[in-house]
Design a binder for this molecule. Sequence first.
Ligand code: INI
Length: 157
Amino acid sequence: MPKELQPEMDGKGLRVALVVARFNEFVTRRLLEGAVETLGRHGVSDDDIVLSWVPGSFELPVVAKTLGQTGQYDAVICLGAVIRGETDHYNMVAGQAAAGISAVGRETGVPTIFGVLTTENMEQAINRAGGKSGNLGSNAAAAAIETARLVQAIKTG
Ligand code: INI
């Protein structure tokens, strides 16, 4: 049987950085609430969470990278809401945020979580930010804990 690495969903002692886009703040505040609630439920202390706001989702990667490079965090969670408008600005912002956040994780080695909603309209966004379709911020927090613990387990052998 293979030796399976099974990260515990225990957040105690984990240091987590949250980066949140102010654009569509009505939605992103709810993502933030979901993330903080889930981190706390899994044992992450308030004292071990830092929060940075950025203007929009496009700015998430550069701040996530700066945080990751400090070596002070076990995970960085990026939260944003990109809602399709009249122009193709949506595609640019959503695509660059996704590619940038993905690159940050690879470059820093720090789990960097994509908690950016991409929806056709505000109603869909609200549904997925604590409404009837759950809360992506909460999912992002759970992904951060699991991935951070897995990385630790791999490093410690
Ligand atoms: N930023 C978002 O987070 N969501 C959006 O829906 C959005 N739209 O549609 O424009 C958005 N634009 C701002 C962008 O993220 C940058 O802050 C801006 O372009 C300055 O670099």
